[in-house]
Design a protein around this ligand. Structure first.
Ligand code: GLP
Length: 250
């Protein structure tokens, strides 16, 4: 595990975008695992800039988003489908048929999950997975006490997640209670992972995820077992990673 402390949100986002751009230059048909939330927003903006300025080509890129709320139409501004098109896809030349996001309006959740897992496998697995982290340690929507062996599945959102994500909705009641999320197993199968954390409200959980025991209570802690993880933490989120020696041995 590499832990990079970025000097601010801009630096964190630029570093992440460079890794993603490098991946696409080296392998134009890369399979990317994509995240939503506030954290990767500027990374997406940077990638859009690289696309416009130097022609980074997304035409062969394949994407799989981590998760989607159940019960929100894709036209709903709070759906992750809307987020991805609005903040990224419509600004680059990715081929629509290569975009995958779980269908939050599916009538058959189980089948949707199975199909999602199969599509990832058919595309040869994820080359590079981008992750944010919830204040409760979730990655995707894999909430505390998740089974590490889970693949794509229906999730009941944690109260802490509902509260945290209510900032995007008109009221806490409007936040969906369920979602579809890739499982920890899907995430751990990715060849490379980038975990991003920004803001002092992530400091405690980043410390627990990287330096305390591996436990389903902090789902992101499983990443300690992955062979190729780059954690890019902006300074405020890194404030509990006090000494260099703490992460040099990781
Ligand atoms: C959301 C998403 C996660 C995201 C996390 C952190 O609920 N499901 O994929 O990483 O919470 O979000 P933010 O980046 O807004 O702090």
């Amino acid at each position: 595990m590499r832990v990079v402390i970025a000097k601010d949100y801009e630096d964190m986002s630029a570093r992440a975008a460079r890794i993603v751009a490098g991946q696409i230059y080296l392998k134009p048909n890369s399979v990317l695992g994509l995240a939503t939330g506030s954290t990767p927003l500027l990374m997406y903006k940077n990638l859009i800039m690289v696309h416009h300025q130097v022609g980074l080509d997304f035409s062969e890129v394949v994407s799989f988003n981590l998760d989607e709320y159940l019960g929100l139409q894709s036209s709903n501004e709070q759906s992750y489908t809307y987020y991805m098109y609005h903040n990224f896809f419509k600004h680059v030349n990715i081929n629509k048929k290569n975009i995958h996001i779980p269908d939050g309006m599916t009538q058959n959740v189980e089948l949707e999950c199975q199909n999602y897992d199969n599509s990832i496998l058919e595309r040869g697995g994820t080359d590079l997975q981008i992750l944010g982290i919830g204040t409760n340690g979730h990655i995707g929507f894999n909430e505390p006490d998740i089974k590490f062996e889970a693949t794509t599945h229906k999730v009941k959102l944690d109260d802490e997640t509902i509260h945290a994500n209510s900032r995007f909705f008109n009221s806490i009641e409007a936040v969906p209670r369920f979602a579809i999320s890739m499982g920890i197993k899907n995430i751990m199968h990715a060849k490379k992972i980038i975990l991003l954390a920004d803001g002092e409200n992530k400091a405690d959980v980043i410390y627990r995820a990287l330096f305390e025991g591996i436990t389903p209570k902090v789902p992101a802690s499983i990443l300690q077992l992955h062979q190729d993880v780059t954690v890019i933490v902006e300074e405020r989120a890194a404030q509990m990673l006090k000494t260099r020696s703490q992460f040099e041995n990781k």
